[in-house]
Design a protein around this ligand. Structure first.
Ligand code: HEM
Ligand code: HEM
Length: 137
């Protein structure tokens, strides 16, 4: 169970990062899309971008699910762990905000998207704290 719990924690970090790639891949396309189009990398890059943008919500939802599973497994053994709860709260907030933006705002830019673009950086810092430095446990 401990191994499974750890696996779910690492899986969350991976899925969350894949969901996040939505932004850099679009930014690369905006800045270098024309240059890439002239290279043999064009097809690979475009399929990768399509895949990441199309499945963004799926990876986000899967990250939130594995975060909940990891959190529940670890909570049942260790009880309250501040750094873990902080990370989980931020990830759930990100998922809920994404759901709101998708359903109510139809994915169009707005205040929600600014926050949705910002939260991932806080999550990465929070994961780093939770797993490596543990400034608050
Ligand atoms: C209620 C929320 C959470 C609690 C109580 C919690 C608790 C813990 C604990 C106690 C450990 C040490 C594991 C051990 O040695 O048995 C751990 C490891 C870890 N946690 Fe969390 N955590 C939570 C949320 C999260 C979230 C949301 C992430 C998202 C990425 C995460 C990622 C990780 C990772 C990557 C590890 C290291 C796994 C390994 O050593 O292989 N945790 N967590
Ligand atoms: C939990 C992990 C998630 C991360 C790290 C994440 C990250 C991001 C980022 C960085 C953007 C900005 C893309 C850009 O600049 O164009 C974005 C956009 C968006 N996200 Fe998320 N998101 C997550 C989950 C979700 C979920 C669960 C949903 C919906 C159910 C969602 C819906 C959206 C929508 C509708 C957009 C705007 C349109 C688009 O780019 O597809 N996100 N997300």
């Amino acid at each position: 169970m401990r191994e499974f719990g750890n696996l779910m924690g690492s899986l969350t970090a991976i899925l969350f990062t894949i969901a996040f790639l939505n932004r850099p891949v679009k930014a690369i396309n905006k800045m270098y899309g024309k240059k890439i189009a002239k290279t043999s990398f064009k097809g690979t890059f475009q399929s990768l971008m399509k895949f990441l943008v199309k499945n963004h919500k799926l990876f986000g939802a899967l990250a939130a699910t594995s975060a909940l599973i990891h959190g529940a497994v670890k909570f049942s053994v260790y009880g309250f762990v501040a750094s873990g709860f902080l990370t989980l709260t931020l990830i759930m907030l990100q998922g809920i905000l994404g759901g709101y933006g998708f359903r109510k705002m139809k994915g169009k830019a707005g205040g929600w998207l600014k926050i949705h673009r910002l939260i991932p950086y806080l999550v990465f810092l929070s994961i780093f704290n939770h797993v490596v430095v543990k400034i608050f446990w």
